[in-house]
Design a protein around this ligand. Structure first.
Ligand SMILES: *Cc1c(COP(=O)(O)O)cnc(C)c1O
Length: 365
């Protein structure tokens, strides 16, 4: 079996043992070191480590002081955490359709979705390629919107040379399967000194000095054990990303010009860090996406459907007044057609050949 994802944290053994032996296992110097390294990746002065990517999103919205009724415009084609974070923060989610070229929020659709109640634009940099920040940033400026990037899948990605997480508040996930992992973890990046300070206070029960509470806070802290898992990977980020890019290039080459298959593109001005390599099984294919997925699994080729439906299309959100359901035909179609194939750094040339060969065989190409 060629798995869709492989977790490799063996390089962290020494650093983790060092933390365990020290007995100081909660948030401490290792988290600080992790934050310093992560800030460099996002090209910003502040990185605030938290306990997961979902709380990174929640905390970011909380420090923006949203009131009930305030709206966040985001993508309908994302992991459910994006929506859950908006609801947790007490805001209302509104959706703008995506572009099938990058699977990200479409600036024209954003322009149509913004209302006087909109306070935040939350693009999701899906699969490791950034949204069209060249058009989204001016749009946010025009409407006075804060930008919160869901950069959970995009550590190290850039748009016109500017890293993911440098456009506002950048929210990253360090979950086990993400490009960089601490098992569970998250980071918020920002250039704003005041917001960074508020995030640090909020993360620690609203406490700046022991038992001096400034706001009603929370426990969003990361532990030194987890930070130690992530540090060696941060040092290897360029190598990890280059391996993913090499693999994606080989897949794009091997899977070019197949009827019924659309390979992913890298749009001009962007670097892609390939959290997922995702093809579209279009309606002229001899089999459906789900049939291709099942056949690949049979042949020992790992694959995944990220995501099978638009994020709000579940009974639990249907009657929620804070979820504004919209018409998003592109996202709906892409959710039916998208299939992710293995692109992780541990793939060998033989693995890549096997993936290409299996897809070609099932599609009769
Ligand atoms: C993983 C992910 C999250 C949530 O991160 P967790 O660390 O799992 O809480 C949020 N948004 C997107 C797009 C993700 O892929």
């Amino acid at each position: 079996m060629i798995p869709i994802t492989v977790v490799d944290v063996a390089a962290a053994e020494e650093l983790v043992l060092q933390v365990l032996r020290s007995g100081a296992i909660a948030q401490g110097p290792m988290v600080k070191r992790f934050e310093e390294e992560f800030g460099k990746v996002a090209g910003v002065p502040h990185a605030v480590a938290v306990n997961n990517g979902t709380t990174a999103l929640v905390a970011s919205l909380q420090v923006l002081d949203l009131k009930p009724g305030d709206e966040v415009v985001t993508s309908p084609f994302t992991f459910v955490a994006t929506l859950n974070a908006i609801l947790e923060a007490g805001a209302t989610a509104r959706f703008a359709d995506i572009s099938e070229d990058d699977f990200n929020i479409d600036p024209d659709a954003v322009a149509g979705a913004v209302t006087p109640a909109t306070k935040v634009l939350m693009p999701v940099h899906l699969y490791g390629q950034m949204a069209d920040m060249g058009r989204l940033v001016p749009l946010a400026g025009e409407h006075g919107l804060a930008i919160v990037e869901d950069a959970a899948q995009a550590v190290g990605a850039t748009f016109e040379g500017k890293p993911a997480g440098s456009f506002g508040l950048g929210c990253f996930s360090l979950y086990a399967t993400k490009n960089i992992t601490t098992a569970e973890g998250g980071v918020i990046t920002t250039s704003d000194d005041t917001l960074a300070d508020r995030l640090r206070v909020l993360r620690n029960q609203g406490m700046r000095q022991r038992y001096q509470y400034e706001v009603a806070g929370h426990n969003y802290r990361m532990t030194d054990v987890h930070a130690a898992i992530g540090i060696p990977q941060l040092e290897q980020l360029a190598t990890i990303t280059e391996a993913r890019q090499r693999n994606a290039e080989a897949l794009n080459k091997g899977l070019a010009d197949i009827t019924g298959l659309r390979t992913p593109q890298i749009l001009p001005g962007r670097t892609h860090v390939w959290h997922q390599y995702t093809v579209l099984v279009t309606d002229d294919a001899p089999v459906s996406r789900d049939e291709l997925a099942a056949k690949l699994t049979e042949k020992g080729i790992g694959n995944g459907t990220y995501y099978p439906k638009t994020v709000f299309d579940y009974d639990c959100y249907r009657d929620n007044p804070n979820v504004v359901i919209s018409d998003v035909p592109v996202a709906e179609r892409v959710a039916r057609q998208a299939l992710s194939l293995p692109v992780h750094p541990k793939l060998t040339d033989a693995d890549l050949d096997a993936v290409v060969g299996a897809v070609r065989e099932v599609l009769g190409a």
